[in-house]
Design a protein around this ligand. Structure first.
Ligand code: ZN
Length: 441
């Protein structure tokens, strides 16, 4: 009898252990957040849109419908110029932060430049969301009445101090006299609350959007915002480089506009075939994909600079142009201790102003797989593997699943054709060794 009950107990226990061990595999894995990037290079307009997908259904639906509205109204109003030099531009960038306890802050910045406008215009859409209760938040959800008064004074004084030459005081007073508790233009991350002033009414001449950061230490919030304590710089341990024979043909694979949810798959494919590539990354995505970028560097790939948020560099005024390049250098340095040596200008458009205002070497491409346009994997493969010559630079984008799938086929075909895969730095090295370019250059 005792034996029998012992046996039953044993069976129950082992069942319990088995269930306990296997249960994590049955539970749905929390979906990873991702950043969507859309880039369109049309004859009469350039469009670059970046926004987060939070996987909170209600919020994602709202964001996507707002993005579609912006896209449609831009397409209706702009992008119908007869002059190729006067392409109109739509750029939507994002600030996205989610606290450890599920409070979400998103600010979309909408920038339009056109030959029809005297200067570019800025507007903004924000979303503040309590992911636990599934409800929207307002500025008044974060601050008490008392704190709100403190905040208003702080903002007003900072604006008057920093923009004394152009602030229209009457408009400023008006703004802070109106009900400020529902002021929509703010966001937060783990360091600051940010207040934006996109309305032109506040300043007398053209300004890029005014942003005032206020550190968390200077404000006390009603909501318990929990920030992760993480180190800003990640330590990286590189694998040993793959040997290249400079006497044999080489080809450089390059990927633009990432990182994205597909970058990791691309990295694993490259690693599996023991080849490296160069990724021209956007600065605005570095924070959200720092683990992927870390892996990319560890796998011996090279990172290049592709601007901060894909603005059309060749048209920007010098200070904005420099900011686009330097902000990306800076964030890669701060997060990954990495300094790119190469710049790939957006839309492949280069002029003297870009050349004169950067220390980085400019790299374009000579084989375009057109993976941004072609949806068929085999046609992308064909573009990347037909008539390839020694020293060619192939352009792809790591923001499409089809590009990741095409890569699986591209590498073996090019290997079969006798090519070795190099990064842009390695390509330059090979050229130096072969004596194509001056060693001191
Ligand atoms: Zn691009």
């Amino acid at each position: 009898m005792i034996k029998k009950s012992m046996l039953i107990l044993c069976i129950i226990l082992s069942c319990f252990i088995i269930i306990k061990l296997t249960i994590p595999y049955f539970l749905p894995k929390e979906k990873e957040e991702e950043i969507i990037t859309i880039v369109e290079d049309k004859p009469d307009s350039v469009i670059s849109i970046h926004y987060p997908k939070t996987h909170i259904e209600e919020l994602d639906r709202k964001i996507e419908s707002d993005i579609v509205k912006q896209y449609m109204s831009f397409s209706k109003e702009y992008g119908n110029s007869d002059y190729l030099m006067d392409r109109d531009e739509l750029n939507i960038d994002y600030q996205y932060y989610k606290t450890k306890n599920n409070y979400i802050s998103i600010a979309l910045t909408i920038y339009i430049d056109s030959y029809k406008l005297q200067h570019p215009t800025w507007s903004m859409i924000t979303y503040h969301f309590d992911g636990n209760k599934n409800e929207k938040l307002q500025l008044s959800s974060f601050f008490s009445m008392e704190e709100m008064t403190k905040l208003k004074n702080k903002l007003k004084n900072t604006l008057l101090e920093q923009y004394s030459d152009c602030i229209l005081v009457e408009n400023l007073n008006q703004l802070f006299n109106d009900d400020f508790s529902n002021y929509p233009y703010f966001s937060f991350d783990q360091d600051n609350f940010y207040f934006y002033f996109p309305e032109e009414k506040l300043a007398s001449d053209y300004h890029e959007m005014i942003t005032i950061p206020i550190p968390h230490s200077e404000l006390s919030v009603n909501i318990p915002l929990v920030f992760p304590k993480e180190e800003k710089t990640i330590s990286i341990s590189k694998q040993s480089p793959i040997a290249i024979d400079p006497t044999k043909p080489v080809v450089a694979l390059t990927f633009d506009d990432g990182p994205s949810r597909y970058t990791e798959e691309i990295l694993e494919t490259l690693k599996k075939h023991e080849v490296c590539a160069t990724f021209f990354v956007l600065g605005n995505k570095v924070e959200d994909y720092k683990e992927v970028l870390k892996k990319s560097i560890e796998y011996q790939n090279e990172l290049g600079n592709h601007s901060y948020n894909h603005k059309w560099l060749s048209r920007l005024p010098i200070n904005s142009l420099k900011e686009q390049i330097e902000k990306t250098q800076q964030i890669l340095q701060e997060t990954l201790s990495y300094q790119p040596k190469y710049l790939r200008p957006t839309y492949g458009s280069v002029n003297d102003r870009i050349r004169k205002n950067t220390e980085l070497k400019i790299v374009l491409w000579n084989v375009d797989t057109k993976d941004w346009k072609i949806k068929n994997i085999d046609r992308i493969v064909e573009k990347a593997t037909t008539d390839i010559e020694d020293g060619d630079i192939i352009l792809m984008h790591d923001i499409f699943e089809r590009s990741a799938k095409a890569l699986e086929k591209i590498i073996p075909i090019l290997k079969e054709q006798g090519f070795q895969f190099v990064t842009i730095s390695e390509l330059e090295e090979v050229k130096k060794i072969r004596g194509y370019i001056d060693v001191d250059n």
